[in-house]
Design a protein around this ligand. Structure first.
Ligand SMILES: C[S@@+](CC[C@H](N)C(=O)[O-])C[C@H]1O[C@@H](n2cnc3c(N)ncnc32)[C@H](O)[C@@H]1O
Length: 204
C-alpha cells in the first residue's frame, strides 16, 4: 500500500514542485540597506517589542484540497485549522522569496508586501510554507477570520527578522469574533480589492 506520510520535514500534502521553506529565502539582489532593515540585532528593538518563535512544519494548520463545488477555489488547496485558534493568536509566518522591485514577478498570485517603503515583498510562488495556501474570503465567507500583521521573529544568535505573520482576527468590540477559528475551519484572509481588480484588468 502506498504511504500517505510525507517526507520528513515536509507538511502533509506539500506539492513536490514547490520548495518548502523553514525560513525566508533572501534574494541576492537585496542591497545592504534592505537586508539591514529586515535582519536586526535584538538590541535594536524597543525593549517591549514582541519577538515570536516559530517552528515548522506548523502543527496548527493543515493543507487541504478544496472539494466543495461551490467554493470558488474548488480544485485547488486551502489552509485549515488543525486545532481551535483563539482571537489574535499567531498562526504561522508567511515565508517565501524575499525580493525588491528589481526582482518582482508581476504575474505572481503569492506576492505579499513586507516593507512598502523599501518596496520589499515575499513571493511564495516557487517556495514557501503552508501559508501560501490561504485563500481569500470572497465567495467563501462573509468576512476574513485571519489577517497579516508585521512581526519580528527570533532567528537565533541575537538576531531578529522582520516578517509577515498570519494571525486570527481580533474578537472585535462587540465580541462578534470571540470564537476565533474552530478546528477544521478554513482560514481566510482578505487579499484586498486591488488583488481582484488587477486580475480583472489582466483578463481583459
Ligand atoms: C495565494 S493562492 C491561495 C492558494 C491556492 N488556492 C492554491 O491552492 O495554491 C491565491 C490563488 O488562490 C485562488 N483563490 C484564493 N481565494 C479565492 C477566492 N476567494 N475566490 C477564487 N479564487 C481564490 C486564486 O486562484 C488565487 O490566485
Amino acid at each position: 500500500m502506498p504511504s500517505t506520510r510525507s517526507p520528513p520535514g515536509l507538511p502533509k500534502a506539500w506539492p513536490g514542485n514547490i520548495i518548502y521553506l523553514h525560513a525566508p529565502s533572501y534574494s541576492k539582489k537585496l542591497n545592504a540597506v534592505k537586508i539591514k532593515a529586515l535582519v536586526l540585532s535584538k538590541s535594536e528593538l524597543p525593549p517591549d517589542a514582541q519577538v515570536y518563535k516559530t517552528s515548522s512544519p506548523s502543527t496548527n494548520v493543515k493543507i487541504t484540497p478544496i472539494t466543495d463545488f461551490v467554493h470558488p477555489a474548488h480544485g485547488q488547496n486551502g489552509l485549515f485549522a488543525n486545532q481551535h485558534l483563539p482571537p489574535d493568536a499567531f498562526i504561522l509566518p508567511y515565508l517565501g522569496y524575499v525580493h525588491d522591485q528589481t526582482d518582482t514577478d508581476e504575474t505572481s498570485d503569492y506576492d505579499l508586501s513586507l516593507d512598502r517603503e523599501l518596496g520589499i515583498g515575499v513571493d511564495a510562488t516557487k517556495m514557501g510554507n503552508e501559508s501560501r495556501f490561504i485563500n481569500d474570503f470572497r465567495g467563501v465567507s462573509t468576512a476574513p477570520n485571519a489577517e497579516f500583521r508585521d512581526i519580528y521573529v527570533d532567528s537565533g544568535n541575537g538576531k531578529v527578522e522582520k516578517r509577515v505573520g498570519v494571525f486570527v482576527v481580533s474578537a472585535g468590540k462587540s465580541g462578534k469574533r470571540a470564537k476565533g477559528i474552530g478546528r477544521g475551519q478554513e482560514m481566510l484572509v482578505s487579499y484586498g480589492k486591488g488583488f481582484w481588480t488587477e486580475r480583472q484588468n489582466a483578463e481583459r
